[in-house]
Design a protein around this ligand. Structure first.
Ligand code: FMN
Length: 340
């Protein structure tokens, strides 16, 4: 690995009135970035900040953190955790942000990027990019409600034109956002075409607040290239963070994992899911993770099918043990067909 990568990543980064120890962060991912996965990631080390799964703003003020599937965290991670909220009502977003701040979490992240139909049909997530003025108004309302850092995660917009995210980024900064995470894809594109990193450079140049680049970073060279070619302040890892969560430690130079890390990580996640969730939700979450784990290996499709068909976590543990005994070959880059 090029020593320039840990050097660039390990520079502290100030956001609002707080400082991150490094610039490599976990992107928000529904059903994958849950409390169990984050505990695993914290144990592996190297992650500067973690974004939660997307949470409905309307529900947050009434959610019980001990029972909620998604608005749940360990006290130890509160100072490193940003809760992502989704919604379309500025007052509700502000109320959710107030609860997040009152809980002592690091900050709040406003979702302007989710393009799935169930979210967009309620004019939430990426749908708000169609009306930059409304999007900025929502950010302003949240800004006025809290002192903690306010992040916004957004996409290019609904047309492939670099001027759109530039205009948006300026509006979001003016509205009081403390940092941006930018995923340079148009909203209808569900990762079928490569992310347009050149737009990250445009967004970075347009604002003075920190910008996290996001999209299609799969190995150390990608990460270094994203930092150096776009000038972004940090990198948010999505799918590869799930497939290989030890990369945070590896790329920041805090640990050099051995090949046994694959099996150890999968077993550890099974244990942590069992600890935090009831058996069925735990099993469903492992199965979702299973695609990302299996993507690491040649013949991973076969492994994934076995995981998918497992009836409980014990069966999954058996599958994992048998698979490890077969001395599977690790792919240099994960199989993209499984990283959906
Ligand atoms: C399964 C899955 C769930 C995701 N859920 C969210 C989400 O809840 N909120 C969000 O802002 N982005 C979400 N994303 C988008 C990621 O945060 C990220 O922008 C995208 O995967 C591109 O980064 P990558 O190439 O590093 O994976 C999700 C992506 C995936 C694959």
């Amino acid at each position: 690995m090029n020593p320039e990568l840990p050097r660039l990543l390990n520079r502290p980064l100030t956001i609002g009135d707080r400082t991150l120890p490094n610039r490599l962060v976990l992107a928000p991912m529904t059903y994958l970035g849950h409390v169990s996965f984050r505990q695993l990631l914290a144990a592996l080390g190297g992650c500067g900040l973690m974004f939660s799964e997307m949470c409905s703003a309307a529900r947050i003020p009434h959610e019980n953190r001990n029972r909620s599937a998604y608005f749940r965290w360990r006290n130890e991670e509160a100072g490193r955790l940003v809760i992502q909220i989704v919604g379309n009502d500025p007052a509700r977003m502000a109320a959710a942000a107030r609860r997040i701040e009152a809980e002592g979490l690091f900050g709040v992240d406003i979702n302007l990027g989710c393009a799935v139909r169930e979210i967009c049909k309620y004019n939430q997530g990426a749908a708000l990019l169609k009306s930059p003025r409304d999007a900025a108004r929502m950010v302003r309302e949240v800004r006025l409600a809290v002192d903690c850092p306010v992040f916004v995660k957004f996409r290019t917009g609904w047309r492939d034109d670099g001027r759109i995210p530039v205009d948006l980024a300026r509006r979001l900064e003016d509205a009081g956002a403390d940092a941006l995470t930018f995923h340079p894809r148009v909203a209808p594109d569900v990762r079928s075409r490569p992310a347009r990193w050149e737009y990250i450079a445009l967004v970075k140049q347009a604002v003075t607040i920190p910008v996290f680049g996001n999209g299609d970073v799969f190995d150390a060279d990608d990460c270094l290239r994203m930092l150096t070619t776009t000038g972004c302040d940090g990198v948010a890892l999505g799918r590869i963070a799930i497939a290989r969560p030890w990369l945070f430690a590896q790329w920041t130079g805090t640990d050099t994992p051995q090949e046994t890390v694959y099996a150890r990580t999968a077993h550890a996640l099974a244990d942590l899911l069992q600890y935090h969730f009831d058996p069925q939700p735990a099993l469903r979450r492992f199965k979702r993770y299973g695609a990302y784990f299996a993507a690491n290996f040649t013949f991973g499709n076969h492994l994934y099918n076995q995981i998918r068909n497992a009836r409980d976590l014990d069966a999954i543990r058996e599958v994992l043990t048998d698979f490890t005994r077969s001395r599977p070959q690790v792919r240099r880059r994960p199989n993209m067909n499984l990283l959906r």
